[in-house]
Design a protein around this ligand. Sequence first.
Ligand code: NAD
Ligand code: 0WE
Length: 268
Amino acid sequence: MGFLAGKKYLIVGVASDRSIATGIAEAMHREGAELAFTYQTDKLRSRVLKAALAYGSSEDLIFPCDVVSDEEIAAVFTELSKRWDGLDGIVHAVGFAPGSELDGNYIDVGTREGFRIAHDISSYSFFALAKAGREMMRGRNGSLLTLTYHASQQTVPNYNVMGMAKASLEASVRYLASSVGPEGIRVNGISAGPIRTLAASGIKKFRMMLDANASKAPIRRNVTIEEVGNAAAFLCSDLASGISGEIMYVDGGANTVAMAFPSDDAEA
Ligand code: NAD
Ligand code: 0WE
């Protein structure tokens, strides 16, 4: 029996079969969890349905949800509570800033509106889902999980305002953990290394970033959505009952290296 047998989770952030949320759904399904999903737009519905069916879910457990809308977020839990008597956790794998904010020197390309959108979609939405899902998680030792990136702590070219939004999201993990811990809910984040997903497509020099990261990482390669999925399933499970307010790195150790020689292996 898997370590998530009998547990029910809502997954927010599937957009393709390469989404980090898809890797998480796969691992959670393998460990016996029941899953519900949301999709951002009608255009993405068929892809989310495909993932839902692949991971043991069904058409009546997928819900529209643009996280900028409190009404749509509320409707997800209204509908979900008609099908499930409770919820053991929410996975938030959502991030967005206008494309123009992620291409060029921060002080040149940054705007007030870009800042607002990045923080609303990438950080506030985690809090909004936690607030709306709180009632369904009551009395079940639930767990909230989000996805972040190390550019919240150290600069990465072009990540710009997303770095601020991820710093806010990581602080939100700690404040939410402190806030809902007394009711048994744990809150954590996974800081993933770079992975080629839809959110990474169109990012200039992403190939170079992947290569640089692989050579810096102690494991000398990039991580996969399956590896992030396994860590996510663990953090959401009772195996992680002592872990809350934590940002766990799943980046092959890249964040622990201050300096790497590019030709390390060749010269060894
Ligand atoms: P992805 O494009 O597959 O997923 C991003 C998701 O965000 C999509 O499902 C999209 O529909 C959703 N989204 C965006 N705006 C939304 C809105 N207004 N309402 C509802 N949903 C919305 O890309 P991904 O890489 O799997 O991203 C998932 C998370 O992982 C993001 O938070 C991202 O910042 C984080 N992350 C990604 C990487 C990477 O290199 N890919 C590394 C570390 C962290
Ligand atoms: O969090 C992310 C992706 C964030 C993202 C990506 C896009 C592209 C398309 C947010 N908003 C948008 N908006 C769009 O219009 N990552 C961790 C992946 C990523 O994105 C980068 C990276 C890495 C790594 C952007 C610049 C530099 C590095």
